[in-house]
Design a protein around this ligand. Structure first.
Ligand code: C5P
Length: 224
C-alpha cells in the first residue's frame, strides 16, 4: 500500500508521545506531536499576557504565533520552535500543563492548528499523536489507535518524567492536572477527545512500553 498515516489519540499522560516517537522511528516515518503545538500556543498566550476569554487577544495571539518543528542533526530528535525559539522544556512545565486545555478548547486556535497539522502530514508516512487526530485532523488515517491507562499509573509515569527534568511535583497535583485536562478535552465543543469507531483501543496499564510499540508497528505492517 505504501506510506500511511497513523493516528494515536488518547487521554493525557498515557505515553502517546513516546510510543508515537518509537513507532515512527521503527517505520522510518515522521513523528508529529500535536500536543506540543497546543502547548506552544499556550506558552505564547502566557508569555504575552493574552487572555483566552478576550476575542481580540485571541486574534492577536494567533496572528503572532508561529510554530515549527526542526530535526536536531546531533541527536536526530525533532524539536519544537515557537517564533524561532526552541521551547521543548518550557512547554512541558506544570504552568503550561495547567493552562493548555483552556487554550486548546478555543475554536479559533483549533482551526489554525488543525490546518497546520493537515499540511504537515500531506505526504503521509506520518505518526501523529493527540486528541482529535483520528476524528478531525485525519479521519481518513489508515491506522487509528486509542490509548488508555488508569489515572494513577499515568500520574506515576508523568511524575517520574518531570522528576527527570528536575521538577518535583506531588502526585496529587499531577492526578488533578491529568483528570482536569481529560475532563476539558473530552467535553469541549470543537474536536473533543473521543474514541472513534474504527480506532483500536490499547490499554497500556499492564503492558510494557516495548509491547505497546510492537503492537502498533505490527498493525501498521499489516496495512503497509
Ligand atoms: O499531548 P499533550 O498531553 O502534550 O497535550 C497537551 C494538551 O493539548 C492536551 O491536554 C489537550 O488539551 C491539548 N491537545 C488537544 N488536541 C490535540 C493534542 C493536544 O486539544 N490534538
Amino acid at each position: 500500500m505504501g506510506k500511511i498515516v497513523i493516528a494515536i489519540d488518547g487521554y493525557s499522560g498515557c505515553g502517546k508521545s513516546s510510543t508515537a516517537k518509537a513507532v515512527a522511528k521503527d517505520l522510518g516515518y515522521t513523528y508529529i506531536d500535536t500536543g506540543a503545538m497546543y502547548r506552544a500556543a499556550t506558552l505564547h498566550f502566557l508569555n504575552n499576557h493574552l487572555s483566552a476569554t478576550n476575542p481580540q487577544d485571541v486574534e492577536k495571539g494567533l496572528k503572532s504565533l508561529e510554530i515549527s518543528f526542526h530535526l536536531n542533526p546531533e541527536n536526530q530528535l525533532q524539536e519544537t520552535y515557537l517564533n524561532g525559539l526552541h521551547v521543548d522544556d518550557a512547554i512541558r512545565s506544570m504552568q503550561v500543563s495547567n493552562n493548555v486545555s483552556r487554550i486548546a478548547a478555543l475554536p479559533a486556535v483549533r482551526k489554525d492548528l488543525v490546518a497546520q497539522q493537515q499540511r504537515l502530514a500531506k505526504k503521509k508516512g506520518v505518526v501523529m499523536d493527540g486528541r482529535d487526530v483520528g476524528s478531525v485532523v485525519f479521519p481518513e488515517a489508515e491506522l487509528k489507535i486509542f490509548m488508555t491507562a488508569d489515572l494513577e499509573t499515568r500520574a506515576i509515569r508523568r511524575q517520574a518524567e518531570l522528576l527527570e527534568k528536575g521538577e518535583t511535583i506531588p502526585l496529587k497535583d499531577i492526578i488533578e492536572n491529568l483528570a482536569s485536562r481529560d475532563e476539558i478535552d473530552s467535553t469541549r465543543e470543537v474536536g473533543p477527545l473521543i474514541k472513534v469507531e474504527d480506532a483500536i483501543e490499547v490499554d497500556t496499564s499492564n503492558i510494557t512500553f516495548a509491547e505497546q510499540v510492537a503492537f502498533i508497528v505490527n498493525k501498521a505492517r499489516e496495512i503497509i
